[in-house]
Design a protein around this ligand. Structure first.
Ligand code: NI
Length: 390
C-alpha cells in the first residue's frame, strides 16, 4: 500500500489531536499541556522522548534499520494572545488565547507522521521529531538550538511547514533560497533640553528633532539599500511631550525593519545609527538607537528545496506545487534552525480565499483546515522514506 493509503486511516486521530490542542491553546514557553500530549503519544509509539528541550520543547527519536543517516522534522506548538471569535465545539477554552496561526495543525500533522513511521518503519536511519515552543516572537527555535538541539540530535537536513490560507487544500508552495524576511524592532531615544513653550531659544526641541529623524530614516531604503535588494523600514511609534506649554526634553521613536538578507539588515542598522545621531545633532540633540534583530531571514537550501518539491510533486502532481512563490514579508523563527542545518520550509494549502480555511492567520476567525492533515503527514513521511531508503 502507498504511504498516502496507509496514512488515510489516521485522519480521524489527527483531527481529534488537532481539535484537542485547539481547544487548549497555550502561549509561548507555557506549552505544558501540549508538550505533555505530544510526549505521551510519542512514548506510546515506542519513540525515545526528550522533554524540556529549549524549556517546553519536545524531541522524539525514531530509529529503523541499520542506517546512520538522519533527518529532522519540525512543528511549532504555541498559540497567540487573541480572543477567539469562532463558536464551533473545539473553540478555545482559554479566554484571550487561541491557535490563530494553525500551529495546532502543524503539531497534529507531525504526530501523524510519527505514528505512521513508527508503525511501518519503511526506512533505514534516524528521524528526530522536533516539537518547538514559542515560535510567535519569543525565540523558541533559538532556545532549542541554544539548548544543544543539533549536538544532541544531529540532523543531516531539517524540514518544516506552515499552512497557507488562500492556497487550496491539496497544493504546496516551495521556494528555493530566501523565502521569508528577517525582522528587527528598534527604539530611538532623542534627548534635547526642555524649555517653556514660549521661549524656544532657551531649549533644544526634542519633538522637532524626532520629527526630522522620522523623515530622514525614510531615505535609508531608497538611498542606501541597493535597488535590487529589498527592505521595509516603518516608524510605528512616536511619543513626546505632555503639555501645551512645554518644549519636550525627550522624544521616543520606535518601529520595525524587515529584510531578506542579514547583510541588508546590518546595512539598515548602521545607516539608522548614522542618520539618527547625525540628524539629531543638527538640532543640538542626541539620539540613542536600540536595534534588536529578532528574526533572521528564512533561507531554504536550494538542493533541499528541490528535494522537498520532488516529494510534493509525487504526492499532488506538478500542477499543484507552486514553485518560487513570491517572497513573504512576515518572519518565521525556523530560520534559526535553518541557519545551522540545511533544509527547507514549505507551505501547505489551508483552503481557497473565500472557502473553508481561507481566513488569514492571526485573525480571531481563523481555523486550521483538518482536510489538510493527511497531506501534511504524508509529506513528512514520504520525505523520510525517500531520503533514508531502506
Ligand atoms: Ni505561524
Amino acid at each position: 500500500m502507498s504511504t498516502t493509503e496507509l496514512i488515510a486511516p489516521l485522519h480521524a486521530d489527527m483531527t481529534a489531536w488537532r481539535r484537542d490542542i485547539h481547544a487548549h491553546p497555550e502561549l509561548g514557553f507555557e506549552e505544558a499541556r501540549t508538550a505533555d500530549l505530544v510526549a505521551r503519544q510519542l512514548e506510546a509509539w515506542g519513540l525515545e522522548v526528550h522533554r524540556g528541550v529549549g524549556r517546553t520543547g519536545v524531541v522524539g527519536t525514531l530509529r529503523a534499520g541499520s542506517g546512520s543517516r538522519s533527518v529532522g522534522l519540525r512543528a511549532d506548538m504555541d498559540a497567540l494572545p487573541i480572543d477567539e471569535a469562532n463558536t464551533f465545539a473545539h473553540r478555545s477554552q482559554h479566554a484571550g488565547v487561541m491557535h490563530a496561526c494553525g500551529h495546532d495543525g502543524h503539531t497534529a500533522m507531525l504526530l501523524g507522521a510519527a505514528r505512521y513511521l513508527s508503525q511501518t518503519r519503511r526506512f533505514s536511519g534516524v528521524v528526530h521529531f522536533i516539537f518547538q515552543p514559542a515560535e510567535e516572537g519569543l525565540g523558541g527555535a533559538k532556545a532549542m538550538v541554544d539548548d544543544g538541539l543539533f549536538e544532541r540530535f544531529p540532523c543531516e537536513a531539517i524540514f518544516g511547514m506552515h499552512n497557507r490560507p488562500s492556497l487550496e487544500v491539496g497544493r504546496f508552495a516551495v521556494r528555493s533560497g530566501p523565502m521569508m524576511a528577517g525582522g528587527a524592532f528598534f527604539d530611538i531615544r532623542i534627548t534635547g533640553k526642555g524649555a517653556h513653550g514660549a521661549r524656544p531659544e532657551t531649549g533644544v526641541d526634542a519633538a522637532l528633532a524626532a520629527a526630522q529623524v522620522a523623515v530622514s530614516l525614510q531615505s535609508i531604503v531608497s538611498r542606501n539599500v541597493p535597488p535590487v535588494e529589498t527592505a521595509v523600514l516603518s516608524v510605528t511609534r512616536i511619543h513626546s511631550g505632555d503639555a501645551y506649554n512645554v518644549i519636550p526634553q525627550t522624544a521616543a521613536l520606535g518601529g520595525t525593519v524587515r529584510a531578506f538578507s542579514r547583510e541588508v539588515m546590518k546595512l539598515v542598522e548602521a545607516s539608522m545609527r548614522r542618520v539618527a545621531s547625525g540628524t539629531a545633532a543638527a538640532f543640538g540633540a542626541t539620539a540613542e538607537v536600540d536595534f534588536r534583530e529578532l528574526f533572521i531571514p528564512t533561507v531554504n537550501d536550494p538542493a533541499e528545496a528541490e528535494f522537498a518539491a520532488r516529494i510534493c510533486t509525487e504526492l499532488v502532481g506538478a500542477a499543484n506545487v507552486m514553485r518560487q512563490p513570491p517572497l513573504i514579508m512576515a518572519s518565521e523563527d525556523f530560520s534559526f534552525m535553518l541557519e545551522r542545518v540545511p533544509g527547507c520550509y514549505i507551505n501547505i494549502g489551508n483552503g481557497s480565499a473565500n472557502g473553508e480555511g481561507g481566513c488569514e492567520v492571526h485573525n480571531p476567525a481563523y481555523d486550521f483546515n483538518d482536510a489538510a492533515l493527511p497531506l501534511g503527514a504524508a509529506f513528512f513521511a514520504r520525505l523520510v522514506e525517500a531520503r533514508l531508503t531502506a
